[in-house]
Design a protein around this ligand. Sequence first.
Ligand code: ADP
Ligand code: MG
Length: 565
Amino acid sequence: MSDRSIRRLSDATVNQIAAGEVITRPSRVVEELLDNAIDAAASRITIEVESDGTDRITVSDTGHGIARKDVIRALERHTTSKIQPENTTLTESVQTLGFRGEALAAIADCATVTVETNTGEPRGTKITTGPDDEPVRRDVGHAQGTTVTASNLFANRPARNASLAKPETEFRRITEVVSAYALLYPQIRFVLRHNGTETLSTTGTGITASVLGVYGRKAAQHTRSIDHRQAVSIDHGGTHAPRTTETQTVRISGFLLAPTIVRRSNTHTTVAINGRPVRQSAIRDAVVSGYGSRLGSKEYPIAAISVTVPHSLVDPNIHPAKQRVGLVGEDEIAAAVSKAIETALTSGDERIAAQTPTDLTTELADTTPDSRFDRLTVIGTFRELYILCEAADELLVIDQHAAHERVNYERLQAAFATEPIRSEPIDPPQTVSLSATAQAAMEEFADELTACGYEYELFGGTVVRVTAVPAPFGRPANPGSLQDVLTALQQGIERPPREQFLASLACHPSLKAGDSLSVDDAQLLLDRLAECESPYRCPHGRPVMTTLSERSIAQQLGRNVSRFR
Ligand code: ADP
Ligand code: MG
């Protein structure tokens, strides 16, 4: 913004302000001071909190600072540098987080406030004021930027003080606020200190680094960034204005965590609209619903999603504490958010699986059909479960689900043949104790284990430190599975975890009991089964078919087979 001088809003504008209590608890002070630091284009923001925040909250930033002549005015009610006087409506083209010019005044109403600031002059300015004190201004040494301290919060507001939660809860709320801002503004360096100890920090070097600072290494490894633009058609007007539909571009950016790491509450799903952190339930719910069935009941994702829309669609002035905004086309925008999240979560693996045909007509690639199937004639189905076939002097009973599973499984195997097995590091590494025989086989099968996606360090004895596990389709295997895989390798049954996942994937789109098949469909299924490499076993190892010889039928019926022939 070119002109940063602070002016009083016109009475007309003041009358448009959404009224309500602005500072209800310490975390609200933090929110307002962070908004100001971000509006000042700070690259580094430090938040220091004493006890629950009522003793002291200090936020310092490296932003553009406040001019000496303006500092006292900044603390008055309805004074702001963020709305140009010629603007008639309050919300017209507001692109800053603050715009009402009341936050500093509201804080000074219930706390002692010190502002130290410098716009890049040799000396900075310091102002101290409080509920009962006139502001005092003097010079101070301060680097470019602003430090605001609020102390003795609510000392003059016993009712608000009494309604605060336990100190841990209040500090947790502050942590949630700082986390949300740090995740939504990954280019800014944030440091949070509690009673002198650093409890959270980010480097300002991007999304993954911010996730690392807020949620730790494991979460950072599961981070997927998202940046998606979508045209959304939005219905305008209705009651008072003529109804029109217009197409607007919605940008959905930020990050999400793969649902291998989830939370029990929705406070880790952070949403911003045009850069403004909000508790907009429609958008937050849309993020959660984009995860779909990937989340169990009462599971919530870790994500920070910024939705950017044309300013004409947003009314930032509907909530006194700016916790929600008015959003034209909210339903359509929410639907776009869900879709974007769902797409971002669909891994390459899942896309391949989804593209693999599961129908009966598509032939399996590169195979020569098993000629033994040529002799089969479908004669019917039984109980919508079995296909009955005549094969020379035998009656064949084929399990239609098992047969279809085998077909789909071999298709998936072919589709994934060129895909490397994914391996995912585990942090911290996990020690696994193996049986003596499994331990003895470690060296022999070292190559196979690596090919499966395991990484580990030998400790001596039967203890192994597992540092990475196979993660087919983004689902990391349990480190303890190393023991099972070794046992299987020793028994010569090579069934790496990926094959198990393929088998479970093959199962889902396959014919179920009660799916009735026409004789033609049954014949098609047999044609596909004939193209399989191992047509006689389902992917889980159960037989696909059983036979009943004419002889045994004849015997049951007391008929002499040879005489009948
Ligand atoms: P608003 O943010 O709505 O304008 P505030 O009461 O929060 O109202 O702040 C009043 C004014 O003080 C702002 O418009 C801005 O010019 C100035 N200001 C407050 N905090 C900062 C800061 N950290 N850095 C630079 N300027 C600030
Ligand atoms: Mg402000």
